[in-house]
Design a protein around this ligand. Structure first.
Ligand code: AMP
Length: 513
């Protein structure tokens, strides 16, 4: 099957050709003809399958007819995170190069003014996170009754983040006659219910199971003790990798992202960080530094990194074993993309064994230990300079660096928060390799000691535009949405009703009541 057999317009075909793609991926081949025919689509597919183009290309064809009017976008794409929204915007820039389209992005952490101006001009495509979209709508700055196509992307992630009530509300605000293109990597019951309520006779296209892990990825477990020993294990592991070009390091909690980032930077690694408490400009800058190779390592939380399309990542390290086994599949899927090989190594402490068991059950295979297994680990032994040993894996093939560029942050970010810290990427000096940038500083060890790390208390709510509004959640949010510093009472947050002046009623009135 070739792209020109799918029914796409010549403008779109030219842009696809210019992107260098010759053959549609399975999700594209199976969904584009139906989407062009106006059918609703239920696509069960992960990132990395080409699903962004599967909805972007038919949308572009549809947008060739007609014009957008002020405040009335013609198409709407809902994304769970700002990064994914920005990534979809890039896809429109790439595939819409022959179209004169007004694409607006409505995401948290960016000033309302710039976004409003774009919507006022008339948006052909509006890409939004649900919370910010509803804020705009409720302020009367946006009308949703001109929507011709609604795309709901990463629906299962929306569920994890508590966005389903917002999605339901938005589905009721857009015209009944719109076309809906719906994508989810998995189909838990809540998502099935949503599709039954809001899709009309959809074509179901399923291309990959969420539980499947890419075959080009060499996986390994690394036994370690916890706390500072764990950071030491990670450093040795990174330095011991022969073919490490760059790596994403996952932590389960935002505060550990900040802590590990600081520790690695002190030890001379070229490292950035990405988590949900960083303001938008800092997130964009970190991601950009990693994509362009200014930094070699990026420490991430799951929410921040989910679905990011960085084509050429040689290694993934799980500093923490993910407590939700599907996250393991998503994390390691950041490497070994587009047919390249990759290495995914997971640090395991004695507390993590049950999570490892769950992961192995999900992926239906055992993951090898690299170096001593957990039960062989000495009292204070910190492995490893080992690298994974797998047949046929001795020489890692290194692909070319992807030429993608992420846009720098738009508009104004919010002022940085106090904790977790908003880290600036520790850039590597020109020509230096990650582990060799500087010798470990004398105070690095001190900085590593847990007692040297201060955690300021902060409000419990994420206050992120990516978070569900009004505290509405239909499912227990994931670890990444919380810091685990205990919050006493209402924490630092004083609800506005407590700040209102109190009116005391006259006694007679009270008695009448
Ligand atoms: P996605 O699943 O949308 O995140 O896409 C994953 C990656 O595949 C992106 O880098 C796309 O640019 C790339 N891609 C999309 N469609 C094709 C195609 N037909 N052939 C090759 N690469 C593609």
């Amino acid at each position: 099957m070739q792209f020109n057999e799918l029914g796409l317009s010549s403008k779109v075909l030219q842009a696809v050709e210019a992107s260098g793609y010759t053959t549609p991926t399975p999700i594209q081949a199976q969904s584009i003809p139906h989407a062009l025919a106006g059918r609703d689509i239920l696509g069960i597919a992960q990132t990395g399958t080409g699903k962004t183009a599967a909805f972007t290309l038919p949308m572009l064809c549809r947008l060739e007819q007609g014009r957008a009017r002020a405040r009335m976008p013609r198409t709407l794409i809902l994304e769970p995170t700002r990064e994914l929204a920005a990534q979809v915007e890039e896809a429109f820039v790439k595939y819409g190069t022959n179209h004169k389209l007004n694409v607006a992005l409505l995401i948290g952490g960016v000033s309302f003014g710039d976004q409003e101006a774009k919507i006022m001009r008339g948006a052909d495509v509006l890409i939004a996170t649900p919370g910010r979209l509803l804020d705009f709508f409720e302020r009367g700055k946006l009308l949703l009754n001109g929507i011709e196509i609604l795309v709901i992307d990463e629906a299962d992630r929306m569920l994890d983040m508590g966005f389903i009530p917002d999605i339901e509300k938005i589905c009721k605000l857009v015209p009944f006659t719109r076309q809906t293109l719906f994508f989810s990597a998995t189909m838990p019951p809540e998502i099935t219910r949503l599709t039954e309520a809001f899709l009309h006779n959809p074509v179901r296209v399923e291309v990959a199971r969420a539980a499947s892990t890419a075959t080009g990825i060499t996986q390994g477990l690394v036994a370690t003790h916890g706390h500072a020993a764990k950071r030491d294990t990670l450093r040795k592991l990174i330095r011991g990798q022969e073919n490490l070009k760059n790596a994403i390091i996952f932590c389960n909690r935002k505060r550990d992202v900040a802590l590990l980032h600081k520790s690695l930077a002190k030890h001379g690694f070229s490292v950035g960080a990405l988590h949900g408490d960083m303001d938008q400009l800092a997130r964009m800058a970190s991601l950009e530094a990693f994509k362009t190779g200014d930094v070699d390592l990026i420490v991430c939380s799951d929410v921040a990194a989910r679905g990011l399309d960085i084509p050429d990542v040689s290694h993934v390290f799980n500093f923490d074993v993910p407590t939700h086994s599907e996250d393991y599949v998503h994390r390691i899927g950041r490497t070994g993309r587009a047919g390249r090989s990759g290495v995914a190594l997971t640090l395991v402490t004695h507390e993590d064994t049950k999570y490892v068991d769950q992961i192995e059950k999900l992926i239906a295979r055992k993951i090898d230990w690299i170096g001593p297994a957990l039960n062989e680990l000495g009292a204070d032994e910190t492995p490893h300079r080992a690298r994974p040993h797998r047949e046929g894996q001795d020489s890692e093939r290194r692909g070319e660096r992807g030429g993608r560029t992420a846009r720098a942050g738009r508009g104004e970010g919010r002022p940085p928060r106090s904790a977790p810290e908003t880290p600036a990427p520790a850039r590597k000096p020109r020509g230096a390799r990650y582990g060799e940038a500087q010798p470990a500083s004398a105070d690095a060890t001190a900085a590593e000691a847990p007692r040297a790390v201060r955690h300021e208390r902060r409000p419990r709510a994420e206050h992120d535009a990516n978070s569900p509004r009004d505290g509405r959640r239909d499912r227990k949010p994931r670890h990444d949405d919380h810091d685990d510093a205990p919050v006493i009472g209402m924490g630092d947050h004083v609800p506005s009703f407590l700040l209102r002046p109190v009116r005391v009623k006259p006694a007679a009135e009270t008695l009448e009541d």
